[in-house]
Design a protein around this ligand. Structure first.
Ligand code: HOZ
Length: 427
């Protein structure tokens, strides 16, 4: 495939935008080469500036669960735009989407909308601190909760992709309040709670991490965290930016049957527009300004275009729960195909999958950050570029998860499996 125009556009972008991108993973640094510039997308496909058609396994990193340019969402945004694009006042549609989200997700009474997953997680932690009157938080190595200061400590996703899971610019004062545990290791959490008795406000995690590749929670791990939180007056935050409205209507809480105290959202909830949200039961949410003392605000929060996209997406999912089953079936089919092909090779690999999140690691047994980091990146690079050459667009980092969308057909999946067979045959 030719990527001449994308390369030229990247060179031009690099003159004016740091690294040529507005989010680091997009720069292809982890896999080499230059990024694809996308011109348009429809359904399961991306069309790039060189005229290539690619089967997309990123889905804008999750939001496009029904495929790109899903017509009802496009129509809703176009219609809403005609009425004005931002008012900085309350609008009826905010209540409509809030009411629907609260009805879909377990254990929440109120929800507040923000503009990104980063903002949602940052606000959720502030709320947890304000509610409990405690300052320390526990996060897990390799989990990524956006780029706010408290989370850029052993962060996953782009941060670890570029080898700087701890970012310069985060003060020691902030870093000292973020304690690190190992995912799937309850003992590491117990030890932190013991050493910081009465000081921990919250444990925050991706219930199904997707930023060190996809990681599956071991039996009893999340249940154990819930119990530790209850025993120690700690709030459990589920960062459902990736899993929310994807694993099930009620996200990971429903899919895995575990109750969180605060839940954060992004991606699917905005239907592809910049939306994040955080939600909890009344007694916690009522601590937020203007009801309570914990401040949080935003000019574009609850933006009418974003709310129109999000509401249309959530309504569709609410009325068509079959989508979750369909996605699960498709991802399981892909999983089986990958397993069949990879098992015939000499490669060491692990395929992790839950619902419609899946990732291939070129190492054995991946269940936390350390085991994920053992993946053979040279093999991944060749695999990534081989797949791209076959017209399949995978996340350009071994630490990211593949997200399926329901516009993918079984023919697309067969083509993908055939591409994998060809590519691994040449590795
Ligand atoms: N690291 C982000 C996903 N986990 C990438 C977002 C983007 O580059 O758009």
């Amino acid at each position: 495939m030719q990527y001449k125009r994308s390369s030229a556009l990247f060179a031009e972008a690099s003159k004016y935008i740091p690294g040529g991108v507005n989010s680091p993973v997009r720069a292809f640094k982890a896999v080499g080469g230059t990024p694809i510039f996308v011109k348009e997308a429809k359904g399961a496909y991306l069309y790039d500036e060189d005229g290539n058609k690619l089967i997309d396994y990123i889905a804008s990193w999750g939001p496009m669960i029904l495929g790109h340019a899903f017509q009802p969402v496009v129509d809703a945004v176009v219609e809403k735009t005609k009425q004005g694009t931002s008012f900085g006042t309350p609008t009826e549609i905010e209540t409509e989407i809030a009411k629907l989200a609260v009805s879909m997700v377990p254990n929440i009474d109120k929800i507040r909308f923000v503009n990104s997953g980063t903002e949602a997680c940052m606000s959720a932690v502030r709320l947890a601190r304000g509610f409990t009157g405690k300052e320390k938080i526990i996060k897990f190595s390799g989990c990524y909760h956006g780029h706010s200061d408290s989370f850029l400590i052993q962060a996953g996703s782009g941060a670890v992709t570029f080898g700087s899971p701890n970012s310069p610019g985060v003060t020691q004062g902030t870093a000292k309040d973020t304690l690190l545990a190992d995912y799937n290791n309850l003992e590491s959490v117990k030890a932190l709670i013991e050493a910081n008795k009465g000081e921990i406000a919250t444990i925050i995690l991706e219930p199904v991490p997707g930023n060190m590749g996809c990681i599956i929670p071991k039996k009893g791990f999340l249940e154990g965290l819930r119990a530790l939180c209850d025993e120690n007056g700690i709030l459990l935050i589920f960062d459902e930016v990736m899993t929310g409205f994807r694993l099930a209507k009620g996200g990971a809480q429903e899919f895995l049957n575990i109750k969180a105290d605060i839940v954060t959202f992004g991606k699917v909830i905005g239907g592809g527009l910049p939306v994040g949200a955080f939600a909890a039961r009344d007694e916690i949410m009522n601590h937020l300004a203007p009801l309570g003392p914990v401040y949080q605000a935003g000019t574009l929060s609850g933006n009418p275009l974003a709310m129109a996209a999000g509401l249309t997406m959530l309504k569709y999912l609410d009325q068509n729960e079959i989508v979750f089953k369909s996605l699960e079936d498709k991802t399981s089919y892909l999983h089986d195909g990958l397993e069949r092909v990879l098992s015939e090779t000499d490669l060491t690999y692990t395929i992790n999958r839950l619902g419609s999140m899946i990732s291939v690691h070129f190492t054995d047994e991946v269940y936390d950050f350390k085991t994920s980091a053992k993946g053979n990146n040279e093999t991944f690079k060749k695999f990534f570029h081989g797949m791209l050459n076959e017209g399949v667009y995978l996340p350009p980092s071994a630490f990211e998860t593949w997200f399926l969308n329901d516009a993918l057909t079984y023919e697309d999946l067969d083509d993908t499996i055939a591409a994998v067979e060809k590519v691994v045959g040449e590795l």
